[in-house]
Design a protein around this ligand. Structure first.
Ligand SMILES: [Zn+2]
Ligand SMILES: [Zn+2]
Length: 263
């Protein structure tokens, strides 16, 4: 499986991805809003975009479908529950479906509600698994739930699905928010040395170059995976005294999400 990350340089800070089969050169484009950039990247590599995957129905992920379909004839895939809202979908996807790209690539569809109620994360298996997680999981952060989402379900997705994937899984989100998210982690957990070290790196970082985290690393630097950290809980109690001495992980997650909304 070949992965090309494409930095949009747009105000939404989108990341796009091409996932290609090394044998056939067929490629799948993930959320190709700036579709011309995706087309150029594919041409440079000698790949043909034959499929488009929308992780969810928001316009900053689907707005490039039409242009890219016109240019390539690619078929469009999305969560079955988002198909009518997106329009022009060729295949509606459900949990456990496998998307094949060329002869060698297989991507498993995870049904990951929370940011919206119809969100797909793609999991590429292999020696180093790869997770294309749209707006569910960001590097060092979590998606918001303002536009059709639900924080309770986002918590369930984090705990029952994402946290259980192998620690060496690479994380490929839909937007570049790394430094801002690390600042939030450090606001909540100032003694997090791993987050401090990565923030220093992220502040000098050009988004076109690679900082790719793994899930194992996320468990150290992403406050939404650090629901049992004593320092996270102590600081959270300063803001929300009613959570008590020993809040459960769900409460911690939901209160962190609430804080992040106004932070
Ligand atoms: Zn979104
Ligand atoms: Zn988005």
């Amino acid at each position: 499986m070949l992965i090309e990350r494409i930095w949009s340089a747009n105000p939404y800070r989108n990341f796009h991805y091409l996932i290609a089969c090394p044998e056939s050169g067929e490629a799948l484009a993930v959320d190709p809003l700036e579709w011309r950039l995706c087309l150029d990247a594919a041409r440079k590599k000698g790949w043909q975009i034959t499929q488009i995957l929308n992780t969810h129905e928001h316009r900053d992920h689907t707005g490039g479908n039409e242009g890219l379909v016109r240019a390539t004839g690619a078929s469009v895939l999305a969560h079955a529950g988002a198909a009518t809202r997106i329009g022009g979908i060729d295949h509606g996807l459900s949990k456990g479906d496998v998307i094949r790209v060329g002869r060698t690539v297989e991507l498993e569809c995870l049904d990951t509600p929370g940011h919206t109620m119809a969100h797909i994360c793609l999991l590429g298996h292999g020696e180093q698994p790869a997770l294309f997680c749209g707006d569910t999981l960001f590097n060092a952060g979590a998606g918001n739930c303002h536009n059709g989402g639900n924080p309770e379900l986002l918590y369930d997705t984090f705990v029952t699905q994402l946290a259980r994937l192998p620690d060496n899984t690479q994380v490929f989100p839909g937007h570049e928010y790394l430094a801002r998210n690390l600042e939030f982690t450090l606001d909540r957990e100032p003694d997090n040395a791993d987050a401090s070290a990565l923030l220093a790196q992220a502040r000098q970082h050009d988004p076109t170059s690679d900082i790719t985290t793994t899930l194992g690393q996320e468990k150290n630097i992403n406050t939404f995976f650090r629901l049992h950290s004593p320092s996270v809980i102590v600081r959270l109690r300063n803001v929300f005294p009613d959570i008590g001495e020993h809040p459960d992980a769900r409460t911690v997650f939901i209160k962190l999400r609430e804080l992040r909304n106004r932070w």
